[in-house]
Design a protein around this ligand. Structure first.
Ligand code: SIN
Length: 308
């Protein structure tokens, strides 16, 4: 018997989002999927592309990356090609793919998010939106919205009203109470939640006596954040009844199974791909091996299993 790895990320929506398996790529770590030739990306559950804004962006001053023990800091600042180039150059490629592509959208204002959602609504090749209210590296928008339940709900409701696509909302861990933000976003019409984005951090160059990153602070990702992400997934899963996508330091099938047992329906692999470009596929094969060894018929049996 072949175990069933499939799931639904937007089970209540007419334009729903079926995934063949729970392994997705995390926004900003996998480009547009078109750059990747090291493994068959059609085997993945879904691809999430780089955060996309209405106009192209140059991003933050360099340096933008710093390695840390068990992870990395980034301060990219949402460098991206802009929504029109994405529609012209990337979406037609995605339209021929089996793997669904979800566009991560970011804006400075609520209206920016709504305009992006409306523009992408009927573009072939776009299977869903991930609303980025959690980027710690921009002055306007980003985690400014994600830090406040009312503002997070306002962005979500505006996107929901502008599109019939499945809407995922990516949350920031840089808050006192992620559960209240998650509940507000779920109440405003999100189909699923992605958590977590990066934790704000910094590094100092002691020779130059200056911050390492051009933008001073950045977002921490990688194995160092996994326990934080796992705890937040567990907490939020107890409070909302929409699917959760776990993200944060996942580099193996076992890591992914931990997130699924904490309550995630799917997982995103991000930072691990910088050290091992095959990481998303390794995670998928690790999940397959785990459930085959344990004789589990469907991955859905494991969602929230650690809750007892
Ligand atoms: C960035 O572009 O600065 C990172 C994106 C994010 O954290 O959402």
């Amino acid at each position: 018997m072949t175990p069933d790895l499939s799931l639904q990320l937007a089970p209540r929506r007419e334009r729903n989002l079926p995934l063949a398996n729970p392994v997705m790529t995390a926004s900003g770590t996998f480009g547009y999927g078109t750059e990747q030739h090291l493994f068959d990306i059609q085997r993945l559950g879904a691809i999430v592309c780089k955060g996309t804004t209405l106009s192209p962006r140059e991003g933050n001053p360099h340096p933008r990356l710093a390695e840390t023990p068990c992870g990395m800091l980034n301060s990219i600042g949402l460098q991206n090609i802009g929504v029109e180039a994405l529609i012209r150059d990337k979406a037609p490629v995605w339209a021929a793919w089996r793997v669904p592509v979800i566009v991560n959208i970011a804006g400075d204002t609520v209206d920016d998010y709504a305009r992006l959602a409306a523009r992408l609504d009927s573009i072939p090749g776009v299977s869903g939106l991930e609303v980025n209210i959690s980027c710690p590296n921009v002055k306007a928008g980003g985690s400014e919205f994600g830090a406040d339940p009312a503002a997070a709900a306002q962005v979500t409701a505006a996107v929901r009203a502008a599109t019939s696509l499945p809407v995922l909302v990516k949350l920031t861990p840089n808050v006192a109470d992620i559960v209240s933000v998650a509940a507000a976003v779920a109440g405003a019409g999100a189909d699923a939640l992605t958590l977590i984005n990066t934790l704000r951090g910094m590094a100092i160059d002691v020779v130059r006596r200056r911050p390492v990153l051009g933008a001073v602070t950045g977002g921490l990702s990688g194995p160092a954040v996994k326990p934080v992400a796992l705890a937040m997934v567990y907490q939020v899963a107890g409070a909302v009844d929409i699917p959760i996508i776990g993200c944060g330091g996942i580099s193996s099938g076992r890591d992914a199974i931990e997130f699924i047992m904490a309550g995630a329906s799917a997982v995103q692999v991000g930072c691990a791909g910088f050290a091992n470009p095959r990481a998303p596929l390794d995670v998928l094969e690790g999940i397959e091996q785990f459930i085959a060894e344990k004789g589990i018929a469907s991955i859905r049996e494991l969602v929230g299993a650690a809750k007892g």
